[in-house]
Design a protein around this ligand. Sequence first.
Ligand code: SAH
Length: 284
Amino acid sequence: MTSPRGILKKYGIRPYKGLGQSFLIDNNITGKIVNVMDIKDDDTVVEIGAGLGVMTAMIAKQARKVIALEIDPGLLDVLHEELKDVSNVEILKRDVLKYDFPIPLEDVASQKLKVIGNIPYNISSQILFRLIEFRDHVSSMVLMFQKEVAERIMASPGTKEYGLLSVITSMYTIPSKVVMVPAGCFYPRPKIDSTVLKMVVREKPRFEVMNADFFFKLVKTALSKRRKTLLNNLRSSNLLQSSKTDIDKILTRLEIDGQRRGETLTVEEFGKLSNAILSKMLLF
Ligand code: SAH
């Protein structure tokens, strides 16, 4: 297999930091990431930020089809050239944050996508939220994160790391740690270590909410000022409109102490709270 360094040299390409370009040079790690996806020969896999196509080629050996997304025109030329003999890869010039993850084709109607990516750190949370938005079409995702972001995703209530990322991820997926990737496994070498997480999309969310958008906004509001109490965060937001005065009553009825910090609430408590506030608002 050609190494990322070799490919870069061959095309005279310099990695562009602005796009988070840091290529995996440790084939053991790349192999581990691909293996944990458990790709079946009828699977469709979307790879985000295919880069030089090293991982893409590995996936293509196992999957029915790979959709390789890449934003950098220079790397697109590399991908077309390096993967020209691989017939089951579709290379697309796309910004993943604008990409509509495809509704599976009719001939594989029941099939959902598997998503994989050594993704740019500066947009990794946005990518995760976007994938969660498309959760009806995705069965699992395996993504590379900055170590600290992975810790936030995996965090439990009441810890320093627990926040919006943890709540939303745990609401819709079951996340697990795959492997820690030291900075030395990349070229160019980043300043930070990374962790690969696998997130299996839940068949049903952890808690059935009336409105997923409202749930997201409520969690964000409850966590907006970490030093404020839950009650104060909720009171000072525009989200609750006319039911603002009733928020104490709602909390009492749900047996959630308003003096707690938002970051101590479980997913279920946020879910209950979201439904209760929304029902109240709908009465007005
Ligand atoms: N998967 C490769 C490359 C990882 S670097 C490897 O492991 O070696 C991250 C890649 O994401 C780069 O190729 C970069 O050009 C690409 N990228 C950055 N922003 C992107 C975006 N918004 N949409 C799609 N790809 C993006």
